[in-house]
Design a binder for this molecule. Structure first.
Ligand code: DLZ
Length: 167
């Protein structure tokens, strides 16, 4: 079972590679934008803190999390970026739509990762309610801002990809 604990310290523990010169694409869902805007801000701030130029961060908005599949695939194919972060937030409602959207975007992003040379980070919160989403996206939230983790994950995956090209 996935942990709900703040995880940025764990993934940073092994060291964060030098990110200077990396180019990152970010696809962001407008649905639940009160959450996704904060996740985007957290991700961009963390990318910049690790040496990535603002001009090397390409941000594109799409209507909902389901559209992140297309947007991420297009960014990955663009040759403009070394990694993509797909940011969305799906909150459980009264209908089965939550299951269709969250399962669709999860499988869609997984499929891109199997086919693409450019890694795509799964930055989609899937929560039972708005409070759980706020706890994971606010700067003072008890679980931090998951946007930080998405950014560090992107940096690590670019470094991983580059390490294979040196062999
Ligand atoms: C339709 C829908 C619903 C009900 N809920 C969400 C949600 O919680 N989070 C989200 O990002 N998007 C939602 N959407 C919109 C879909 O992702 C998509 O934009 C539409 O189904 C159109 O393809």
């Amino acid at each position: 079972m996935a942990s709900s604990l703040y995880n940025a310290e764990n993934i940073a523990a092994a060291g964060i590679p030098d990110a200077r010169g990396m180019r990152i694409g970010i696809a962001v869902s407008e649905w639940n934008s009160n959450i996704t805007d904060d996740l985007l801000e957290g991700a961009v701030n963390t990318l910049k803190q690790h040496g990535i130029n603002e001009t090397d961060i390409i941000v594109r908005h799409v209507p909902g999390s389901f559209e992140l599949i297309y947007a991420s695939a297009q960014l990955a194919k663009s040759h403009l970026v070394d990694a993509v972060i797909a940011i969305g937030c799906v909150i459980r409602g009264d209908t089965p739509h939550f299951d269709y959207i969250s399962s669709g975007v999860t499988q869609g992003i997984a499929a891109i990762n199997q086919q693409s040379d450019v890694p795509v980070v799964f930055g989609v919160l899937t929560t039972n309610n708005l409070q759980q989403a706020e706890e994971r996206s606010g700067s003072g939230g008890i679980i931090g801002n998951k946007g930080d983790e998405f950014a560090i994950t992107a940096i690590k995956m670019v470094d991983f990809s580059r390490s294979l090209k040196k062999i």
